[in-house]
Design a protein around this ligand. Structure first.
Ligand code: FES
Length: 166
């Protein structure tokens, strides 16, 4: 099993301080049945995402095969194997939003922040996802930033909206 120092060398996001907290989470759930998902949720909340090194560490800590951990992480969309920004921007390109300018919003965000869909800005301020429907078609085109939903978004206004999120 990798030590916290070795993990830090492989992945600088996994600081020894964070790994101490990860250890506490693993320890507190270790003997409980059905512990994998709550442990993954807590660890993602701590680290921000679930890199493979961390998955391996959790697998060993809970004595669950790595393939099972990987399978769960990739099955549920709320788990992420890549870092997320401090603010998560979801631009809808479902049909209702697409025809009202969703794609133009996406292009504006990509161009202004140099962001690819699924990517993260260098300062980790924003991560960007394109989604198929936010369940707010009546507000099309819709964008969600963290938990805030914006409707009727104009492409030339999206940067102003995002600038409220530091
Ligand atoms: S298609 Fe965009 S919210 Fe439904």
């Amino acid at each position: 099993m990798l030590t916290p120092d070795e993990l830090f060398q492989y992945n600088p996001d996994l600081t020894p301080e964070l790994m101490e907290k990860v250890d506490e989470v693993i320890h507190s759930y270790k003997k409980k049945p059905g512990s994998l998902i709550p442990v993954l949720e807590e660890c993602q909340r701590l680290v921000g995402y679930l890199p493979v090194e961390l998955q391996e560490y959790i697998s060993q800590g809970l004595n669950i095969p790595g393939s099972t951990v990987y399978g769960v992480v990739t099955f549920y969309s709320f788990f992420s194997m890549v870092p997320k920004g401090r603010h998560q921007v979801k631009v809808c390109i479902g049909t209702a939003c697409y025809v009202r300018g969703g794609k133009a919003i996406l292009d504006r965000v990509s161009q202004h922040y140099g962001l690819e869909v699924g990517g993260i800005t260098k300062d980790r301020r924003f991560s960007l996802d394109a989604v198929r429907c936010l369940g707010a078609c009546g507000l099309a085109p819709a964008v969600v930033i963290d938990g805030d939903t914006y409707g009727g978004v104009r492409p030339d206004k999206i940067v102003d909206i995002m600038e409220r999120y530091q």
